[in-house]
Unconditional design. Structure first.
Length: 166
């Protein structure tokens, strides 16, 4: 049986993953409005990954006999001024998500829940990759600066991104 403290923490992480997906959806809308379809594709891909993460946690909780408790998702940020600002926000979101997953792993350790720690190992490894992808993308956007030609080249490249396999 799943400990109530773990159940609550996993439910909170499901909410965080859904909120992250919603933030990426807002970023997608921003890029679509600017007709930057490549950047919009990139953020849409990130959104799908966050939804997949939420689904993975959702399934885990059910598999362990837990109760799902879905909560409201906070309104996402809108009104970005630059491409760099969007990618900086994405990096900060991924870094926060890493901290939250690490905290969940620690709670599972305190509760001696080896199964949850085992499941979270995948998320810990995934967050290393997520932060790397966003950090590298942000670095490229920073190199381009406000040079519209460079940003349009990146827009084309980012549009070629494929989803990571689960």
């Amino acid at each position: 049986m799943l400990d109530q403290k773990i159940e609550q923490a996993v439910n909170k992480q499901i909410n965080r993953e859904m909120a992250a997906a919603y933030n990426y959806l807002a970023m997608t809308a921003h890029f679509e409005k600017l007709n930057l379809k490549g950047f919009a594709h990139w953020t849409r891909t990130q959104r799908q990954e966050e939804l997949n993460h939420a689904d993975r946690l959702f399934t885990y909780l059910l598999d362990r006999g837990g109760t799902i408790c879905l909560e409201a998702i906070p309104e996402p940020k809108t009104g970005y001024q630059t491409v760099e600002e969007v990618f900086q926000a994405a990096l900060e979101q991924e870094q926060q998500n890493t901290r939250e997953i690490n905290a969940l792993y620690q709670i599972a350790g305190q509760e001696n829940d080896i199964a949850t720690q085992s499941m979270l190992k995948w998320f810990i490894d995934e967050q290393v990759e997520e932060e790397k992808i966003v950090d590298e993308s942000l670095a490229l956007v920073r190199l381009a600066g406000e040079n519209m030609s460079a940003l349009l080249v990146l827009n084309g490249q980012f549009g070629q991104r494929t989803a990571e396999s689960e």
